[in-house]
Design a binder for this molecule. Structure first.
Ligand SMILES: CC(C)(COP(=O)(O)OP(=O)(O)OC[C@H]1O[C@@H](n2cnc3c(N)ncnc32)[C@H](O)[C@@H]1OP(=O)(O)O)[C@@H](O)C(=O)NCCC(=O)NCCS
Length: 119
């Protein structure tokens, strides 16, 4: 992790005095102005907005580091991941590649529809 080309953030939950990692989000430089993103949220913490929150935080950090968008390779059957990306980036481009889809997300797209969450 170098805080620009490679960035990871974690979500922690406290349980009986112990902190546990329940979510991880990362991006890594892909092209000059695009970074590849990956998210994972622990099963019992899903559907609470954590995945979307990680996406927003990583978008803000990537934009501050002069990236213009994300790309992601996702298994075709992973409808939840594709939906999460498309909901935040409504104009995402989806390209089929065998058993995977390649999702292209543009930060401009998102910025035109709602302000970036600064929290
Ligand atoms: C994809 C993933 C990161 C989403 O995390 P999350 O914390 O559940 O996401 P959110 O709570 O922000 O939900 C985002 C959207 O997905 C929907 N969603 C989440 N889990 C769902 C499920 N099991 N079934 C149907 N919809 C689901 C939410 O309802 C929400 O949509 P909505 O706002 O239209 O209702 C999580 O499901 C995950 O870790 N999956 C396994 C890892 C993975 O496949 N990673 C892909 C590698 S890039």
């Amino acid at each position: 992790m170098d805080y620009r080309k490679n960035m990871s953030i974690i979500g922690l939950a406290s349980k009986r005095g112990h902190k546990e990692i329940v979510a991880i989000g990362s991006y890594a430089a892909f092209e000059e102005d695009k970074a590849e993103i990956a998210l994972v949220v622990r099963d019992d913490f899903q559907r609470q907005g954590i995945g979307t929150h990680l996406l927003k935080i990583l978008e803000r950090i990537a934009a501050e580091n002069n990236y213009k968008g994300f790309i992601a390779s996702v298994l075709k059957e992973n409808r939840v991941m594709i939906h999460t990306f498309q909901k935040h980036f409504p104009k995402s481009e989806i390209m089929s590649r065998g058993s995977e889809v390649f999702v292209q997300m543009d930060f401009e797209d998102h910025m035109q529809t709602e302000p970036v969450d600064r929290q």
